[in-house]
Design a protein around this ligand. Structure first.
Ligand SMILES: Cc1ncc(COP(=O)(O)O)c(C=O)c1O
Length: 372
């Protein structure tokens, strides 16, 4: 057995060091430094948006987005059951009601055909979350948003550089959010971004990011915000990483295609869909779902792969199965069978930007052995 293959390792061999050196040399390390504005502008431009608001992480971006839309008690927000807890945190904390939609078993994204039945007079917003590499089918969602006068939050954390029918993911929401955790195509270590075309919403998000200080009366507050400011050091990394986004996306696509090629003959597994009629997969991560013909679940598969020196991660535990939310009285008796099955049977294999071709072959070989 060779060295352990981590589930993710970023690639930092572009201008990252050079730009970080600039921060140190100029002593600009706080959020006031010039890389923050530059990163915001360049990232927003790349996604076709007017405003970028850099924040501390993708969770914070979602928190601020929910707060900026004045979502609170009496409001309902529709979101997928199969996602990270970050999506639901602020909806619940605000006193609003989260309403879940199950996943599509083929694309693994929220099943947009189930949304309309969940809309009530209290529905204020839909939160779409593009999952793992394929975008949500946005046209039906946009039609519902328009017809019912709803707000749209788009969580594009996993989807940097992906497009839906030729339009960038992250360009659809009233507010669209991103994460720059090291497993994302562009990383800043920790970091996030909110994008919008709306001047007023941008202003609100900037305020929420900065404790809602007021320009005229700095220490007098009309609203409760947070300190979500990204540092110049993080933004310096972001600018360097963004320069390589196209290259990173191409690499991810090549890695995903290679995995699919190596694993195509393996029986008992569902592999990621290569494309839909609106996008090709960018394989943010390479997920595998075990069929019922395999007599063990994801946890056991990951354990066996770890013994072979291969790091894996489970799929998300759906929101209606989260102990913390059940204890709060949410989702009692609800079921989302597709999301539940994805959680029980799904996991992902090493998919980071620094994964070499040799490592990828080793992983595929390990998967075949474990499932043989
Ligand atoms: C879809 C999605 N949204 C939000 C987040 C949260 O981002 P962060 O870890 O930067 O808080 C993640 C993190 O992986 C994510 O995958």
């Amino acid at each position: 057995m060779g060295d352990f293959i981590p589930v993710n390792e970023p690639l930092l061999d572009g201008n990252e060091k050079k730009y970080l050196d600039e921060c140190i040399d100029t002593a600009w390390i706080s959020s006031e430094g010039p890389f923050v504005k530059r990163f915001e502008q360049e990232f927003a431009a790349r996604m076709g948006r007017k405003h970028g608001i850099a924040v501390t992480n993708g969770t914070a971006a979602l928190d601020a987005a929910v707060e900026a839309l004045d979502i609170g008690p009496g409001d309902e927000v529709i979101l997928p059951a199969f996602t990270i807890i970050s999506c639901i945190n602020q909806i619940v904390r605000s006193g609003a009601t989260p309403v879940l939609v199950d996943s599509d078993p083929v694309s693994w994204n929220m099943d947009v055909n189930q949304i309309e039945a969940k809309i009530t007079p209290r529905t204020k917003a839909i939160m779409v979350v593009h999952i793992f590499g394929l975008p949500v089918d946005m046209d039906p969602v946009l039609e519902l948003v328009e017809r019912h006068g709803l707000k749209l939050i788009e969580d594009a954390a996993q989807m940097q550089g992906q497009e839906y029918r030729g339009k960038p993911c992250g360009s659809f929401g009233d507010l669209s959010t991103f994460s720059f955790y090291p497993n994302k195509h562009v990383t800043t270590g920790e970091g996030g971004m909110i994008l919008t075309d709306d001047d007023q919403l941008a202003e609100t998000c900037r305020g929420l990011r900065n404790l809602c200080f007021q320009p005229q009366k700095r220490f007098v507050h009309e609203r409760l915000g947070w300190n979500l400011r990204m540092t110049n050091l993080q933004a310096a990394l972001g600018v360097a990483q963004l320069e390589r986004l196209d290259e990173f996306v191409a690499r991810k696509r090549a890695m995903g295609a290679r995995y699919s090629d190596l694993l195509k003959g393996v029986s008992g597994v569902q592999l990621p869909l290569a494309k839909t009629n609106f996008a090709g997969n960018v394989y943010w991560i390479y997920g595998i779902i075990l069929d019922d013909s395999i007599d063990f679940g994801a946890e056991e598969a990951m354990q066996r792969l770890a013994e072979k020196g291969i790091g894996c991660r489970p799929f998300f535990c759906p929101m209606h199965q989260q102990p913390v939310l059940l204890r709060m009285g949410l989702f009692e008796g609800e079921s989302c069978p597709v999301a539940e099955r994805m959680y029980q049977r799904g996991f992902y294999v090493p998919s980071g930007m620094a994964l070499t071709d040799e490592q990828l072959e080793q992983v595929a070989h390990g998967v075949k052995e474990v499932l043989a």
